[in-house]
Design a protein around this ligand. Sequence first.
Ligand code: DC
Length: 229
Amino acid sequence: MQVPDIIIAIDGFSATGKSTLAKLIAETFSFLYLDSGALYRGVTLFAQENGYIDPDNTIHEAELKAALDAGLDLHFGLDGTYIGDRRIEKEIRTMEVSGQVSPIAAVPFVRAFVDGKLHEAGAKGRVVMDGRDIGTAVFPNAEVKIFVTARDEVRAQRRYDELKAKGENPDLQEVMKNLAERDYIDSHRETNPLRRAEDAYVMDNSEMTLHEEIVWTQGLLQGRFRILE
Ligand code: DC
């Protein structure tokens, strides 16, 4: 199926399977996949390692801002997220980073910093990007917007399985608590909170297989672009 060179924006709460869907779309239709959350996670790791955020979530904003303004080389490499030539893919997926990423992502200058990187990375089009504000703020003119949801217990179990598979030893209650906290902060912050764009299609994938998700997306694209295949 020939899909035109468009931008596909995928938004939704934490652990709804946005990145799995986005990767599948990228693979199926030869799009570039960009994970916007990875950049917020990268800034969080950088802040943790340099003492710009305390364990109680106090953010040393002036120092963090100065460091970002000085030019933090956070970018998408071919095989994941990098700071300079250091691949940080594993470090940014830990519970430690997950626990502090939402407060960091609520800081307006952090959002401006990440938005700049996302626009740069997505400039060439034929991109599928996932996050919380892609269809509402980063690429409001994206041709296709999908808002993904799933039931809370399904999401917690998925995130738990994911951490387990990575060799971590998560606690299901702890995972649920983290998801609930992030959902709250992500959808209540002042700058570009998570919400469904009015023109986004909603996918509840609680009971869907990956195959069903891609068939759903194919149907959406076919209808939207009148692709007769
Ligand atoms: O998708 P994720 O779980 O990797 O995202 C990590 C955090 O980054 C999430 O809790 C909120 C923030 N985020 C955001 O505010 N805006 C985005 N476009 C993507 C992520």
